[in-house]
Design a binder for this molecule. Sequence first.
Ligand code: APR
Length: 237
Amino acid sequence: MTRNVFVLTGAGISAESGLGTFRDTEGVWARFDPMRLATPEGFAADPVLVQEFYNQRRRDARAAAPNPAHAALARLEAGLAERGGRLFLCTQNIDDLHERAGSRHVVHMHGELLRARCTACGTEPVWHEDLTVETACPHCAHGGGMRPDVVWFGEMPKHLDAIDEALAEADLFVAIGTSGAVYPAAGYVAQARAFGIPTLALTLEAADNAGMFEATRLGRASETVPAFVDEVLSETR
Ligand code: APR
């Protein structure tokens, strides 16, 4: 019986909630330049542009609603706990749709749009409003140093040690809605294979690292994820 599942989610799980993916034909990076909008250098060069880009994404995320895929993972978390197991939900997404669907333990390796970070004292308060270049830190009062608490290209993702530990303990590795284009997340399937863990991809189109997965199910997350969760939770032994 499956007890410990490691799930890695990407932008594809939030696509049906109306939030754009990055590398699909109309993706975010097809319309905006990631070097200007998702790097520390870009932020230093034009903080007003970057703050407004994330202000709009924060507004969009707050206006979005979780879809059946998010809800199914919340159900999986509760169901595995009932059998003495655990869901380790690692997301590359910076929205809070997993939490709003009821997931209680979510690891945001690329940070969170609904938190800010003070560049002076490092505090990372929950933040739902727009950020400007004058926004003062609520903790140290430093003016103009608040940035979105998201991980930009060239920065270290978060929670890497916890992720590596959870990978080693998993019975099953599942990647949902991710293109496998960005490391270290794209390398987790290889780590799972090295540990002898079964691997499954649930995605709309085959990912860059599709060949690494033992099984791939193509389809919309709002259909494939509930079906997958039903399978796991209906195991009788
Ligand atoms: N259901 C399931 N999968 C979907 C759906 C859907 N409705 N729509 C799109 N997908 C799949 C696409 O086929 C693609 O494989 O989701 C994936 C989205 O890939 P990307 O846009 O590259 O998003 P992601 O993999 O999350 O990007 C990783 O790159 O820019 C950085 O930090 C950013 O976290 C992001 C990281």
